[in-house]
Design a protein around this ligand. Structure first.
Ligand SMILES: [Zn+2]
Length: 101
């Protein structure tokens, strides 16, 4: 798994740039080499949302193995940290085409 490369020139995006882009509300990434603007693909917004709410669907199961609310919360927090950590490897951007807008 790798962070996406620039579609235009093939320069690898920085892990931190992708993290920043997500936290800034899915801001476009501008390639630092060629200046090509990459938009966050809409489907990946859904992917991010699903990843964050996923543990809610396993709530009952988590409660069974971790009855303490504190442990439960710690597990969810740990999951979130891991999920946020791998997100730059999962999400993809597309080249912004000004001619189509
Ligand atoms: Zn580039």
């Amino acid at each position: 798994m790798k962070v996406q490369k620039c579609i235009n020139c093939g320069t690898q995006f920085r892990y931190k740039s992708v993290q920043k882009s997500i936290w800034a509300g899915y801001k476009p990434i501008i390639c630092f080499n060629c200046g090509a603007i990459h938009e966050f693909r809409f489907v990946y917004r859904l992917v991010v949302s699903v990843i964050i709410v996923l543990p809610i669907f396993f709530n009952q199961w988590i409660s069974d193995i971790a009855p303490s609310l504190l442990v439960h919360a710690a597990m969810y927090f740990g999951y979130l940290l891991a999920a946020i950590g791998v997100m730059p490897y999962l999400i993809r951007y597309r080249l912004k085409n000004n001619n189509l807008e």
